[in-house]
Write a protein that binds this ligand. Structure first.
Ligand SMILES: [Zn+2]
Length: 116
């Protein structure tokens, strides 16, 4: 009778140990998950921080692609946007026009040659 009770006690202890182990493993897994999540968030934040600039009007942090400050509605110049130099634009336009005319002439010449 006493032996049985002892046995039961051991079994209970073993069971408790197993449960504890399980709980510990679960906690470890959760911790790992949380760590990964934190890492991901950190990466995301770092990426975002590359695009954070301070508003010249109110000094608050805004993203560099914004054209208007969400806080003070001040006008911002988005990064990556540079007004086109009108002289350069004219030159590019002229070059495109010349290239277009050249292609048109080439097509006309080819058609004449083929049709003859
Ligand atoms: Zn602002």
């Amino acid at each position: 009778m006493q032996k049985k009770e002892e046995n039961e006690g051991t079994n209970m202890r073993k069971k408790a140990e197993r449960e504890e182990e399980k709980a510990q493993k679960k906690a470890e897994r959760e911790e790992e998950k949380a760590q990964k999540k934190a890492q991901r968030e950190k990466k995301h934040r770092a990426r975002l921080e590359q695009h954070v600039v301070s508003c010249p009007h109110c000094g608050k942090n805004v993203l560099d692609h914004m054209s208007e400050c969400p806080y003070c509605k001040g006008v911002l110049v988005p990064a990556g946007y540079r007004p086109v130099d009108p002289e350069k634009f004219k030159k590019i336009k002229l070059a495109c026009t010349i290239a277009g005319i050249a292609v048109a002439i080439a097509v006309v010449v080819v058609i004449f040659v083929v049709l003859r």
